[in-house]
Write a protein that binds this ligand. Structure first.
Ligand SMILES: [Zn+2]
Length: 294
């Protein structure tokens, strides 16, 4: 408010006060605490909504006096008062600060969901082995971390294995081993099936994470999980692709097969062996599943 405005309001105030208020003061006097409440709540809502400094306090004071004192005076002559019928200040509840950071996910969507987590290989079949890293160990470690995160969020998790062993009876064929994993998902009427693997390639320069989905089904779960893994790990994004892997084509629910990284790449093998990187991957897969169900 500039000086001229202030002077104008002051003069108007004095005018109203001397000509109208004094004669009716005994009838319409506003309690002081009402005035203070109006001013404080008005200033509060102003500073919350616009970040203003409350410099228009005299405008509010004049407005309040108009509604409280001049309003009822006009009302005497038959026109309707524009003030709140009870004369109470309207409380403005400030909105909670918007959370656009994306760091805290609402995981309520996965509560009660049946999720099969399938650490690839195990027991007599260690999967890809290179750079002193065994695929089966990476797969199991990340799967157990993923299980804990899902359980904590209220999902019902079924692990195809929780130790370094085969899922089917020892001596079973590869087909029987894979079918044993499918059977667990089908028998438990799982909502989703998540198989965890590590990749390998004759070219040691190739690195990165990728996620497969069954070619006949929606890629949504795969795309959510893949992008969340990349966000968490900053790994090279090798994208998603449709595939006909046994465990994907023989399960009826949405399923994915995550290839977390290449054990044949020495740098990625070292990362895949570290507890912190394993936790980042598990967090990424978890975040993707949460987004899928939201
Ligand atoms: Zn594998």
């Amino acid at each position: 408010m500039n000086r001229n405005k202030f002077t104008t309001f002051l003069m108007l105030f004095l005018l109203v006060f001397t000509m109208i208020v004094i004669p009716v003061q005994s009838v319409n006097a506003a309690p002081v605490d009402d005035v203070l409440k109006t001013l404080s709540s008005g200033t509060l809502s102003q500073s919350n909504s616009t970040g203003g400094s409350g410099s228009n306090i005299f405008e509010k004071l004049f407005g309040y006096l108009f509604n409280k004192i001049l309003g009822p005076v006009i009302n005497v002559f038959g026109s309707k008062s524009s003030s709140d019928p009870n004369g109470n200040p309207v409380k403005v509840t400030p909105l909670p600060p918007s959370s656009d950071s994306g760091t805290v996910l609402d995981s309520s969507g996965i509560r009660g969901k049946v999720i099969v987590v399938d650490p690839g290989h195990g027991g007599s079949n260690p999967g890809a082995v290179a750079n002193n890293t065994r695929e089966t160990d990476n797969n199991l470690s990340v799967s157990l971390k993923l299980r804990d995160k899902l359980v904590q969020a209220g999902a019902k998790v079924i692990m195809t294995r929780e130790t370094d062993k085969t899922v089917a009876a020892a001596g079973s064929t590869l087909g029987q081993e894979l079918q044993a994993r499918v059977d667990l998902a089908q028998a438990n009427n799982a909502d989703i099936f998540v198989s965890i693997h590590s990749n390998s390639n004759p070219n040691p320069d190739i690195a990165g994470a990728m996620t497969f989905y069954h070619s006949g089904k929606s890629p949504k779960l795969a795309t959510e999980v893949q992008s969340a893994i990349i966000k968490e790990t900053k790994a090279i994004d090798k994208g998603t692709a449709p595939e006909t892997f046994y465990v994907l084509r023989n399960t009826t629910m949405p399923g994915i097969l995550v290839e977390m990284g290449f054990v044949t790449n020495s740098q990625e093998a070292a990362k895949l062996s570290s507890d912190s990187y394993r936790n980042s991957i598990a967090q990424g897969i978890f975040n993707g599943i949460v987004k899928y169900f939201n």
